[in-house]
Structures are given as C-alpha cells and as structure tokens.
Design a protein around this ligand. Structure first.
Ligand SMILES: [Zn+2]
Length: 1048
C-alpha cells in the first residue's frame, strides 16, 4: 500500500511557467521571434497557486479479491514499436471515414529543407490502406458486444475500397513545370440562368428548368474526371440562355461604378402571384413549387486551381467534392472568405448588406488526391518574416532591388532580405527560385519552429480518461460502453515514449488508479473530498502507455463489474475533472470525460433547473432563455485554468436525462474541445457511435498547445474571432488542442479605402505541437482582388461561407436574446442582401419579380431552415438546443449547410437506380408532399440519420433493407445490419459513404408515422408550414414583399 504523498501541484518543473508560455506565444513567439523570450525557463510560480491548499488525507487501498489479478504471462504482450517512422507520420487509419485515403497533414519527414520535394501523398500512409488487423468482417454496423471477451475486436468502418470517390490511381504529384489543364474557373464559366416561374399563372409550362448548380449554390460545375486522370479534365462551360427580357423592364440605376452586369451573370427570378398591394396573401400561391431554388447536388469531382494567370479563382462550393491544386492561394479548406472580392470601401460593403468574414480551419483534412503540405525548415534562423507586422514569408511578398529587399504584402513595410535567403530576380520580376521554394509558390506551408517558438520542450501526448461509474451510468450500460470504446482505441494511440495515459472513475468520490507496471495489479486510490480536490499521486497516475498497457486493458475490462452494484447516484463531475486536471497540469494534454448524469455534488455541482424552466416555456419566447446560459461561473473559471495549462477537455454525454449542457459545455468550448451527445443513451444503438467518435477524436489530425493569429492587409483588420478556444488577448486564439474538424470564424472590418484593382491578403498562422512532439507553424495565405463594383461582390459571394457565419452568429445570440428577435434578425439579413442586389444590380426589374443573385439564390431557403430549425425553436428539449448551439460554434463550412438543411433521399427504390455516377441517390425537397406512404426515406444532417418507413411501404423491401416486416415492428433502438441481399448492401454502402463525407458516425433512428419519431422526422421538412414559419413558397413571397416595400 503506497501512501499517495506525491508532490503537490504547486511544485512544477522549472521549465514550466504557464503564464510565460501563454504570454510568450502571444507576444514573443508568433509576433516577435527575433527577440528571445524574456523568461524562457519560467520564473518562480506565483506563491498563491490556485490549488495550494494543505495536503488532505487520502486513502490508498488494495483492490478487493474480486478485482483483477495480474494477467497471465504474456497475455497482453505489447510489442515494441514495429517500425521506425518519421516522427510526424501517422501510419494508422485516421478516421471513421475511409481511413486510408486521407494523408495526415504534414505527412512528411521532418527534416526536409526548404527545397525538398515531398513524397507522393500516399507515401506516408500506405500502411493505412490495410484494414486494421483483428477487425472482423465489416458486414455489420451494429455495436460491439460488451462482454469482457468482446472488447478487442472493434467495429470499424468498412474497408475504403467502396468509399473512394476520386480515381484510385490518381497521379497526384505533378512533374515540375507541367500544369494540369484546368478549365476556366468554375464561377466564370458556369453561370446559369434559373428561369423561375413567370409573373402570371398559365405560362408555367414555358419555364426553363431550375439551374443545376451544386448544393448551396455556387455555380461551379465540373464534368466527372476521366478514369485515372484527375487533373486531365476541364470544367465545361454550360451554355445557358440569359434571362429573357421582360417587356417594359428598365435598366437598374448605376451605382458604385457599376457597369452592365456580366453577360454570364444570371438571376433567379421568381414571380409569385402577388395579391393587390396590401392584401393578405391567403397562402394559395400560384408559384410552381417544383421551380423554386433548391440545392442540386453535383456528384462530380471538381478540380480547383487556387490561382490562375495570377488571379484568384473563386473556390468551389464547400459541400462539393473537390481536389485542390495550390498554385499560390491556400486551399479553401483552410480558409474561405464570405466574398471572393473585397470591397474597396466601407460604403460599398455596407450597401451590399453582406458580411466580410473568414472561416478558418487550419488543420482541415485534405482530399486524398491532393499534394501534402510541404514542410520548410529554415534552420536556426527560423522562417523569414516581416520585421514590422511579423507576417510570414509567402508568395505575395514582393522582392525588389535585385532581390535584396522585399515588400510585405500585409503591412507594406520593406525589409532587407536575409543574406542567406537572397536570390536574383528573373525577367518577370519574380525570384528565380520562386517555383522551387514552397513558401514562395504555395498558399500553405508548414515551417519547422525554432527554439524561439518554445518556452518549454514540446509537450508529450497525454490522454486522460475519466469515466462516470455512478449508479445510472452503470445501469444504462454507459460505463461499459465507455470502457469498451477506450479499450478498443488504445491501440490507435500514437506509439512511442511520448505517449502517456491516465485513468480515473468517479461517482460521489474520485478513484484514481496507479498503473505502474511494477505493481501486481492496478491500485485504486480514492479522493473523497470533492469540494477541495487534489490528486493522490503526482507521478504514477499518468504513465507511459508502453509501461501500463496491460494494466490499463485489464482495468478497463473490469471497471463495469467492479462497480456493478454501485448504488451511489451522485456525480462529482466538476471535482473529478478538476482532479484529473491537477494530475495533467505539468504536461497538458487531452482529458476525455464520459459523463452520464447531472453533476450533483462537489465543486461545480449543478441543479436540475430544467424543471423550473419548463413551467415558463411560454415566457421563453419573449426573453432570453436563462437555461441556455451557464448556471454560474465555476466551470468557466476552471476551464480558463485548464486552457492556461494546455489541457483540452472533450465530454461524451451518454445520458437519459437532463445534464445541463449549457453549463458543462463551457469547459470543452474554452479548452478547444468538443461535446458529444448521446440522448437518450442506448447501449444497443449508441455503443458503436461512441466508439467511432472516440476513435476519430484520437486519430484525426490534430495539434496541441496551439496559438493562432490571422493577419490581413493594410486597410483591413480582424474584428473578432469566434469558436472553441480561450481568449486571453484580443489578437490571438489560444487552443490547448486543435483538430482537423475545428473551424474558427474571423470577422473583418475595413478601416481604410483599398485600391481598386489591387489585391489584399489574409494569412493564418497556427503555431502548434504535433502529437509526435514537433513544434510547427502552419501558415496559410491567400490574396483576393479588391473591387469598387457592387455587382462583383454579388458575383463572387460565397453562400456556404456566408451561411455558416449567419448560423454561428445566430447560435451565439440564442442564450442572450429573445428568439423572435433572432429570427427577425436572420430574416432581415437575407432581405437586406437581396434588396441591395435587386435595387443596384438586377437587370430584370419588373416589379412583380423577385430576383435573386445566382450565387445567393439559396439564401432564402437556408434562412428559412435556420429560422425553423432546432436552435431557434422553443419546443425542443433544453439540452438539445444547448447541444445545437455548442455544435455550431466550431462547425466547418462544409457541415454548416447540411446541419440546418438536411439531405433527404428515397431508399425504397435503390434497386431501380443502377448505372448512376453517385452512390448516394439525388436529394429530394424537404417537403412532406414528397413523402409517400409507400416509401422509405433517409434524412441526415451530418450528425443524426433518420430512416422513415411509410405506413404502406413494401414489406419485402422493408425486410431486405431493415430486417423488419411491418411498420409495427419499427424498434425504438435501431442497429443497422447488413443482410445478405443487394438492397441491404447498397443501403450500408450509402450510409458509410455519408459517414465518410461527414467525418462522423451518424446516429441512426427508425421513424414511423403517428408517434414522436415521425414527428421528429417531419420537423425537418423545412418547406412545410410550421407553427413558427411559413412554407417555402410563401416565405419567398414574404421576402419579395419586403423588398418591394423597401424599393417603394
Ligand atoms: Zn508586414
């Protein structure tokens, strides 16, 4: 029995001063690398440490006899690391989606010099093409069994063969000097006229079909690539008639230097039958609802060259499948702007009513056919930077004076070129070596960080698992599911001496485990004081993975039985998280918490305030809902502390009751983490998702102890950041961890006039530590043209990015503003944009027509979906809405659209659709008119997947697809199986393909008419009339009327 008398948390290693670390990253490292940190070894810690209380008594006890004994010799042999890999190469499958085909970012040997060419994108991950060993057949999507014997073989995604969309043999690397024959930029080639219903009924048969633009409506189009030649294709211009002139139409007023609209520019015009002025529309609209703008999928792979002829190419829709060729601007995966041309003046931007913002996803997953990001090592001097604004060297810095000096594209300052970086200029004015240096010809590069970017050695990868074992968690199977999931992902953790793990369980007390190999068995150490917590052992609670693997697996296998008869209902969540944090404080790392009930005891305890909130639901319409705000500041204060010590917290909520997500989510949000929500938790249907979520959490590309800053050209300024991070100084974003899925919104403001015809640049620098312990700076830069023409702004508007911003802003307002006000705000935003276009840019100006800019023609539908959606409705569960808000805050551009406007497909007729280019059937409009009683439908939003079985659906089809013979058999908890028939195989393939697209193991639920599941399904029918929203057609009429009254 060991007395847990380790050093108290106040004793930290001499090289660790968290304040200096934080300050240093903000003020010294990113910004002033030339000045060594003022306090590189860390000063003495402040004497009043937050946790410096006197040592409290604690107990260590041997495990009772029925607890695990030592494993049989050799039973859990874990071999030495199998191969020596370059330290930053991820050799394992990295995700729930087809694991092998995504190379991790920076999958390169670390020691490449600036001129080194990268290996092909598959070079680093060939090992991952093999299915994980020990994986049983992929025939089932069901959960793994929970018994001790079944914990090893995990459920994995099926092998990637059926999920690779791009041609498998794609030669991704280009010989130097040979450019792929891209077609013209998509936006300029494929404007499409969406000729919508005519002013008067009777002429609908003359209508052209709606435009076939891709989802979320940028007009990019591409042909499917010829087999095996991804770069050999061209985007085909589509010949489309311009909108027919309406008799009597007048030219719009010329404003802001506007010339006639681009001949290819099209407007989607809709002419609903308007009543007489002032009359109330009865709801009987004569608009043909099949003709209004809807997302139309484009299943073809789009090739996107970021710059062409020294001009920026507008990016393809974020939701489309595209392959990027970085020719100077960074890939739109890493950074996208709401408008792809920048207005020269504030007035122009204000007139457009659009917002200027960037969505930044610095570690986004590349397409498997894209070239990996090149790593550049400037040696001891570190990357070349502007000495004034500290911007990093990039393709838009202009070298002058025979290469002896360079002008910063961000601040305009002229610097001397460092002597060993000098190169003469060619006749074109570029450096002769520009094409060989990634930092001078690529929009994204990764610099090896020098000592100046570190105040301590890069932190090891620490994973601490904290599991709720209170009565409820045990009885619902949540504890067993968590232990099973953890046990299965241990083999996915990075190997080597830098990976550490720890584990603790909690109910009303906290139980740590000493995992040292020297011990016969894991030793449990109980911390009973949940008000004033401490860690019983400083050193043996977090142990090298290689040293504790056997103990850990044994322990995980036994935890469910150890607590099998636990009758303690209380949960000391806050105290347990704090105690785990104390154990991790010296290193930082990832804390993964599995929580099943409302935290009820100890520090950070919460009350069941939902009950009192329910009684005043009607009041909630008029004022902000307090239940959507954190209950108090305790958890927020803790979270800021965690962030300071580089601890990132993810919370997996496996619950059947209210847990107060509004309060709990503050911790993940502040520390760069994430909330996962399984409600109502079912051990039958959620175990597989829990495992897959955890696995993706651990294996996806990610970085630790990160700091991010966005810089932009003179005349522009970063206004505000928003996302899951900790804010200490306004200019920087502190991220204890950041992964490929996390997105940060950066709003911009214009503070000066920009030069027409010039370009302005944006640069995102992310300083981070890889999980293999390298310090890196990922720098993404792009440059966009400036314009004085309003029509250019509308032409280059990016709907996906604009809508993601609207969504994030609305979500952030929900806890503090009355819902009707937010809904009105969102609707007015849409109206103002369309009004501006209508007034100043539209060519067809019959007053009876609603004219939508081509690029934004789906804005009304997106707006309507948001207004009617979960987040802005009062009828749902409070926790559901809190989860919605939290989910949105770090959501990527590509997932924001489907989250609000889900995809609906028919799956009862899969056998009739062969020879289609896309595995996933085309989406159908979100309208209950589209749902037939004979049909079976699948609806997904990137997180949940609902399968609706119509009352008269064919029993044979039902049986083949779902294994049930009648609607009455629809189970409350559903596990999709693959049955031995082609229909079932196709459905499984479709669902796996959707999971791959969304990087998420969707939660499946079967729905039928007449119960709550059916109501849930139909609540997604955005085009229907609901209690708070108009049908789609009438919403267009509503918007039109507002625009008309503004025009008057
Ligand atoms: Zn500068």
């Amino acid at each position: 029995m060991t007395a847990p008398r380790g050093p108290r948390p106040g004793n930290v290693p001499p090289n660790h001063n968290p304040n200096a670390l934080a300050d240093g990253m903000q003020h010294l490292q990113i910004n002033r690398p030339n000045h060594p940190p003022t306090n590189p070894t860390g000063g003495p810690r402040p004497s009043a440490t937050p946790f410096g209380q006197p040592q409290a008594p604690s107990f260590a006890r041997d495990l009772p006899a029925n607890r695990p004994g030592p494993p049989p010799p050799g039973a859990f042999q874990r071999g030495p690391p199998q191969t020596t890999l370059p330290p930053n190469i991820v050799s394992r499958p990295i995700g729930p989606e087809s694991p092998a085909i995504r190379p991790p970012p920076g999958a390169l040997p670390s020691a490449l010099g600036p001129r080194a060419r990268p290996p092909g994108p598959f070079a680093a991950s060939t090992g991952a093409l093999l299915p994980p060993s020990g994986v049983s057949s992929s025939a089932s999507n069901g959960p793994p069994g929970l018994g001790p014997g079944t914990m090893q073989g995990g459920l994995r995604f099926p092998p990637p063969s059926n999920t690779m969309r791009p041609p498998a043999g794609a030669p991704p690397s280009q010989p130097p000097g040979i450019r792929p024959p891209f077609g013209s930029p998509p936006a300029s080639t494929t404007s499409v006229t969406a000729q919508l219903p005519p002013p008067f009924p009777g002429s609908t048969h003359n209508m052209s079909p709606p435009s076939s633009s891709s989802p979320f409506a940028s007009p990019a189009q591409a042909m499917p690539p010829p087999m095996g030649a991804p770069y050999g294709m061209q985007t085909q211009p589509r010949q489309v008639a311009p909108p027919s002139a309406v008799p009597g139409s007048m030219q719009p007023p010329m404003m802001f230097g506007m010339t006639s609209p681009h001949p290819n520019q099209a407007e989607a015009a809709i002419t609903p039958s308007m009543g007489h002025a002032g009359s109330v529309l009865t709801g009987q609209s004569r608009v043909d609802s099949s003709q209004i703008p809807r997302p139309i999928p484009n299943s073809a792979v789009i090739l996107h060259e970021t710059r062409q002829g020294n001009k920026a190419n507008p990016p393809p829709p974020a939701t489309s499948d595209y392959i990027v060729w970085d020719t100077g601007n960074c890939s739109p995966r890493y950074m996208r702007c709401t408008i792809n041309q920048i207005p020269c003046t504030v007035d122009l931007l204000t007139t457009s009513a659009m917002q200027l913002a960037l969505l930044v996803q610095p570690l986004a997953l590349p397409h498997p056919s894209e070239q990996p990001i090149q790593v550049v090592d400037f040696g001891e001097s570190g990357p070349v930077r502007c000495s004034r604004c500290k911007g990093y060297i990039n393709p838009f810095m202009k070298f002058i004076d025979q290469g002896r000096r360079f002008i910063c594209n961000l601040c305009g300052y002229t610097d001397e070129t460092p002597r060993d970086y000098h190169c003469n200029l060619g006749p074109d004015g570029r450096r002769r070596d520009a094409d060989e240096r990634p930092e001078l010809c690529r929009g994204t590069v990764e610099f090896v960080a020098t000592k100046e970017y570190m105040l301590r050695d890069p932190m090891p990868a620490v994973y601490f698992f904290l599991i709720d074992v209170s009565m409820n968690a045990i009885q619902t199977g949540a504890t067993a599911a968590a232990c099973s999931a953890i046990s299965q992902v241990i083999s996915d953790l990075p190997e080597g001496p830098r990976t550490f793990v720890g584990i603790a369980t909690f109910d009303s007390t906290i139980h740590f485990y000493n995992l040292k190999r020297a011990l016969q068995q894991p030793l449990m150490l109980i911390v009973p004081d949940v008000q004033d917590v401490y860690t019983p052992l400083q050193n043996d609670v977090i142990v090298q993975l290689s040293e504790c693997c056997q103990h850990l697996e044994l322990l995980l296998e036994n935890i469910p039985t150890m607590f099998e008869h636990n009758r303690i209902a209380d949960s000391a969540f806050g105290a347990a998280v704090k105690a785990a944090f104390l154990a991790m404080k010296n290193t930082g790392g990832k804390l993964l918490v599995f929580q099943s009930v409302l935290p009820s005891i100890g520090v950070g305890a919460l009350s069941a305030r939902e009950a009192e909130g329910r009684s005043s639901v009607s009041a909630a319409e008029k004022e902000a809902h307090k239940l959507l705000q954190p209950a108090d500041k305790t958890l927020k204060t803790m979270a800021i502390d965690f962030a300071e010590y580089q601890v990132c917290v993810d919370v997996f909520l496996t619950t059947q009751s209210y847990v107060d997500i509004a309060s709990i989510s503050v911790i993940p949000k502040t520390t760069g983490g994430q909330v996962y929500y399984y409600f109502p938790f079912s051990a039958i249907s959620d175990t597989a998702k829990l495992y897959n979520d955890l696995r993706w959490n651990i294996t996806r590309p990610q970085g630790l102890e990160a700091v991010m800053r966005v810089r932009c050209s003179q005349g522009l300024q970063v206004h505000e950041y928003s996302g899951n991070y900790c804010k200490r100084v306004p200019s920087d974003v502190d991220l204890p961890a950041i992964d490929c899925d996390k997105t940060i919104m950066v709003t911009l403001k214009l503070d000066d006039k920009l030069q027409d015809g010039s370009e302005c640049s944006f640069q995102c620098a992310l300083l981070y530590t890889t999980i293999y312990g390298q310090r890196r700076i990922r720098v993404s830069t792009f440059s966009l043209p400036c314009t004085t023409m309003l029509s250019d702004l509308f032409k280059s508007a990016d709907l996906d990015t604009q809508f993601a911003c609207i969504l994030k802003q609305a979500a952030s307002e929900v806890p503090t503003a009355p819902l009707p006000q937010i809904r009105e705000h969102v609707t007015n935003h849409c109206i103002n944009i369309l009004y501006s276009y209508r007034k100043f840019c539209a060519t067809v100006s019959s007053s009876g027509q609603l004219i939508l800019p081509e690029a934004l023609k789906l804005l009304p539908l997106c707006t309507l979906a948001l207004v009617k959606g979960t987040g802005l409705r009062t009828d749902g569960q409070i926790d559901n809405r809190s989860f919605w808000i939290n989910y949105v805050s770090s959501l990527s551009v590509s997932l924001a659209g489907p989250w609000v406007l889900p995809r609906l497909i028919a799956i009862h007729n899969l056998n009739t659709k062969e020879n289609e280019e896309s595995l996933i059937p085309p989406p159908i409009p979100l309208s209950s008119e589209q749902i037939s009683d004979n049909g079976i439908y699948l609806l997904e939003n990137g997180e949940d997947c609902l399968i609706y079985v119509g009352n008269s659906a064919d029993p044979g089809v039902m049986h083949q697809l779902l294994g049930i013979s009648s609607v009455q058999e629809v189970p409350a908890q559903f596990v999709l199986q693959q049955h031995d028939n082609p229909l079932s195989k196709k459905l499984n393939d479709i669902i796996n393909d959707i999971r791959r697209q969304r990087c998420n193991y969707l939660r499946l639920k079967l729905c039928k008419k007449g119960d709550s599941s059916g109501m849930l399904f139909f609540s997604n029918m955005v085009e229907d009339k609901t209690s708070i929203g108009l049908p789609y057609v009438e919403f267009l009429v509503h918007i039109h009327r507002h625009i008309q009254s503004k025009m008057a």
